[in-house]
Design a protein around this ligand. Structure first.
Ligand code: ATP
Ligand code: MG
Length: 336
């Protein structure tokens, strides 16, 4: 990838190596990245520093990060076209996060819904990193002067915060950052848990039947879809009063590329069992080639390390350009 000065064509997005990526990550984020990389200068980051905001196992963190890198490549992220890298290998992320911590306000971080959800009300004993999580996320994006941030609906509030921090910094210290825009798709931006359509599908959820992992075996996929909750009634239709079926239809539509209305027309009277079987077949068919490529890639961890090292070197160069300005503007020392 050639770096241009036209940053309106630049996007940044990240994913936490907190476990196996699921259909929500794929439909809401990864799949869109694969398309966007053809039109934008793209930075895709394995945000391992973010994965440390809840208790973690160091060995797992390292392998989960490599595996997540492999999965992104298996899904179609092209490491020659996009900059695919590991956050911890570019020290500027942590460095800028500190400066932005000194710009952000307690009150605005307290309003973050993800913090409330992930701390589950136990705000005294969770790590401070979970509280300042969105500040590190702001640093991730602002470092690269990215205009677009393709994320799922759950991250919209964090993108608002990064905009506020960018604007405040620019006003206080002089124009330094491009103020980014969220790129949230109009459908599939919030895939819900299979066992509870009031909660989003999440990597960190511990409920075994809540999400379909991209690396799940076909029989596991079928089993999970079979056990997915449905709504009252008999017809397969979407609607506000049908959150579970709407979610399953959205997944189906995305896997098969068939409009939701067409699926409703086909399966309306078919009964839940037939509909679920057809959905399971569509998911297995779509994920099959991804799983195969993933398994090939994780067989060679040394090659994955090399690939991520190369990405980090490219990211480092851009990140350092921004940090030279930031250090100068805020009165910090330059690199000796
Ligand atoms: P965790 O539970 O560890 O926070 P996660 O599943 O929320 O994991 P993230 O790594 O936080 O995944 O997010 C990666 C990307 O996936 C983000 O762009 C996020 O908006 C998107 N995303 C996460 N969950 C969903 C979902 N259920 N539906 C659509 N997009 C999602
Ligand atoms: Mg998340």
């Amino acid at each position: 990838m050639k770096v241009t000065l036209d940053t309106t064509k630049r996007i940044f997005s990240g994913i936490q190596p907190t476990g196996e990526p699921h259909l929500g990550n794929y439909i809401g984020a990864i799949r869109r990245w694969v398309d966007l990389q053809h039109d934008y200068e793209s930075f895709f980051c394995l945000v391992d520093l973010h994965a440390m905001t809840l208790p973690w196992d160091p060995k797992r963190l390292r392998t989960d990060t490599l595996n997540m890198g492999a999965m992104l490549v298996a899904c179609g992220i092209d490491p020659d076209r996009s900059v695919l890298f590991r956050q911890s290998q570019v020290g500027q992320h942590a460095e800028l996060a500190w400066t932005l911590n000194c710009v952000a306000r307690m009150g605005e971080l307290r309003r973050m819904v993800q913090f409330k959800e992930k701390s589950r009300g136990d705000t005294e004993s969770v790590g401070v990193g979970l509280f300042t999580y969105p500040v590190l996320q702001a640093a991730d994006v602002l470092l690269y002067q990215a205009h677009g941030v393709p994320v799922g609906e759950d991250q919209r509030q964090h993108v608002e915060l990064m905009r506020d921090l960018g604007i405040r910094f620019n006003k206080t210290f002089g124009r330094t950052f491009v103020v980014p825009e969220p790129l949230v798709s109009s459908n599939g931006a919030r895939i819900m848990a299979l066992d509870d359509p009031t909660r989003k599908m999440s990597k960190s959820a511990t409920r075994p039947n809540s999400s379909i992992s991209l690396a799940d075996a076909p029989d596991a996929i079928a089993k999970k879809i079979k056990s997915a909750v449905t709504d009252s009634g008999r017809e397969v239709t979407s609607g506000e009063d049908k959150p579970a079926l709407t979610n399953l239809l959205t997944i189906f539509s995305s896997m098969q590329g068939t409009p939701l209305e067409e699926l409703e027309a086909t399966y309306k009277e078919s009964g839940y069992a037939t509909f679920k079987q057809a959905l399971a077949d569509a998911v297995v068919e779509h994920l099959g080639p991804i799983k195969k490529r993933y398994e090939d890639l994780i067989g060679d961890p040394a090659e994955l390390e090399r690939l991520l090292d190369a990405g980090a070197l490219r990211a480092y160069e851009i990140a350092e350009r921004t940090m030279v300005d930031v250090r100068e503007r805020v009165g910090l020392g330059h690199r000796p």
